[in-house]
Design a protein around this ligand. Structure first.
Ligand code: NAI
Ligand code: MG
Length: 506
């Protein structure tokens, strides 16, 4: 294996910490200004390493490298591009456990319940899109015997991609693999809190791709993400993160009419009918709430609508089931729930919990503020917390908390619960729980969301077009159609087949 380049260091500003360089034009490098930022293990509040703190001048270098690589890469036959992605998948598979450990260490997501699954997903993503390369096909139109009209799926150019920290490797691979497969080149900005696994993936890609096809820059949102979004040579923006930043990306893109894909926040409803007061549904709610990822998930089913007839009984079972989950160091095999990503998110989550405690209409069903002493104070550990409340109208039921805080709300009338479920500016995911399939599907069709799961609470699957409605985003990724719609342009070519014979000149 030849990924040793990743272990090269650049002059470290932060003393003894290893310095991980970023990837521009096929070379591992630091920021032009020499600045670094520190990456922390949130489960232990310990620094792990430094990465370059890139700014506009670094972004500019990366975009220019991608622009230079584009003509050559776009002309590589699609199937050959796909073959390179398949090789990347094979090599990532060999290093899957190493990747999982890097993810767990920098995100605080538990190795056993989260990070291993994410590393496997990364391998699958490269393999899935590598296999789709031959499907970048056009169409022909039956416009008559004298007309040939056909379409080509052409790559767009330089893609600017920005990813968050909650599933950093998975989200990065879901941008790199389809963009590169379709013949684009890419500049990906990793999240400042979790760039290490992404840099490792970049190292494996770099063993197989021509220089400049994939560039990864590290840095803060305003200093590094914003210049990428605003760069005139970036022809397409693909962003996953908060709704507020998503709007700023779209504003930046509007200046030059660059297309955007935005995968933003959510406040996803989970609607439980009386006949689902059973253990499998309880397990499903635990999964859909993503408690084992500290609920730092855009698809967390964080508004739980329980039918009034089962309200207390279901909550009792849910508490018993959730209580079994072990909170602890992300790298321990015994751990189910790891730590929140950083101090800022931790205090934000605590603020929401305090709000719930302060509200007299809300009843604390389990959890509460984090412990103030003991081993869990070594990292940013939050406790799964459930509030019961009559209303869908208060802050905890409306805002994306991005932490393990669930609000349970009773309902009686089917039309009323659908109204409550849809009374949100978000529309990413939704969950419906019922043995009555007609009732379940009627509800699934009524809910305003890009993705509805019936009687299951699992994660996204490759091949499904994934994305949100309303302020949860624009565009779909993760599928063949997602690759075609998000990372190619359709060109139509019309050919007149009835050009008369050459005129004879005398
Ligand atoms: P964020 O949206 O600020 O960060 C996501 C990515 O965007 C990071 O790479 C960041 O550096 C970059 N970024 C930030 N500001 C930018 C700007 N002005 N221009 C370009 N790029 C920029 O999310 P953050 O601050 O980490 O978390 C705040 C909240 O956002 C969370 O509490 C959660 O509610 C939401 N969020 C939602 C995610 C999702 O998957 N839907 C993922 C991460 C956060
Ligand atoms: Mg931010």
């Amino acid at each position: 294996m030849t990924t040793g380049a990743l272990e090269q260091t650049v002059p470290a500003a932060a003393g003894h910490l290893p310095a991980r360089p970023m990837l521009i034009a096929g070379r591992w490098c630091g920021a032009v200004a020499g600045e670094m930022l520190v990456v922390e293990n949130p489960g232990r509040r310990q620094p792990i390493c430094t990465v370059p703190r890139a700014r506009a001048e670094d972004v500019n270098r990366a975009v220019e490298a991608a622009a230079q690589a584009f003509p050559g890469w776009s002309r590589v036959p699609a199937r050959d591009r796909g073959r390179l992605l398949l090789r990347i998948a094979d090599q990532l598979e060999v290093r899957q456990e190493e990747l999982a450990r890097l993810i767990a260490e920098e995100t605080g997501n538990a190795l056993r319940t989260q990070a291993r699954g994410e590393a496997k997903f990364v391998v699958d993503a490269f393999r899935y899109f590598g296999g789709l390369a031959s499907e970048l096909r056009g169409t022909t139109l039956p416009l008559g015997k004298d007309m040939l009209s056909y379409t080509r799926r052409e790559p767009i150019g330089v893609v600017g991609a920005i990813v968050p920290w909650n599933a950093p490797a998975q989200l990065a691979s879901l941008k790199i693999a389809p963009a590169v497969c379709a013949g684009n080149t890419i500049v990906l900005k990793a999240a400042e809190d979790a760039p290490v696994a992404v840099l490792m993936i970049a190292g494996v890609c770099q063993d197989h791709l021509p220089p400049g096809v994939l560039n990864v820059v590290t840095g803060y949102g305003a200093e590094c993400g914003a210049p990428l979004a605003e760069h005139p040579l970036v022809r397409k923006l693909s962003f996953t993160g908060s709704t507020a930043v998503g709007k700023s990306i779209m504003r930046a893109a509007s200046d030059r009419l660059a297309p955007v894909s935005l995968e933003l926040g959510g406040k996803s409803p989970s609607i439980v009918f009386p006949d689902a007061n059973e253990a499998w549904a309880v397990d499903g709610i635990v999964a859909s709430m993503r408690f084992t990822r500290q609920s730092q998930s855009c698809t967390a089913g964080s508004r739980l609508f329980l039918h009034r007839s089962i309200f207390d009984a279901f909550l009792e079972r849910l508490v018993a089931q959730t209580d079994k989950l072990v909170i602890g160091d992300p790298l321990e095999e015994s751990t189910d729930i790891g730590s929140i990503i950083n101090a800022k998110q931790f205090s934000k989550v605590c603020g929401y919990v305090q709000d719930g405690l302060d509200r007299k209409e809300a009843r604390l069903v389990m959890g509460g503020l984090p412990p103030s002493e003991g081993p869990l104070t070594k990292g940013y550990y939050a406790r799964p917390t459930i509030f019961a409340d009559m209303s869908n109208d208060w802050r905890l039921a409306r805002e994306e908390i991005f932490g393990p805080v669930l609000v349970a709300i009773p309902w009686e009338d089917e039309a009323a619960v659908i109204r409550m479920a849809n009374d949100s500016h978000y529309g990413l995911a939704a969950y419906v729980w019922s043995r009555d399939i007609g009732q379940a599907l009627r509800t699934a069709h009524e809910v305003e969301a890009g993705w509805v799961q019936v009687n299951q609470g699992g994660g996204q699957m490759l091949g499904q077009s994934y994305g949100g409605v309303k302020q949860s985003g624009i565009g779909r990724e993760m599928s063949l159609e997602g690759m075609l719609d998000s990372f190619t342009e359709t060109k139509t070519v019309n050919v007149n087949l009835a050009v008369p014979p050459p005129e004879t000149r005398h």
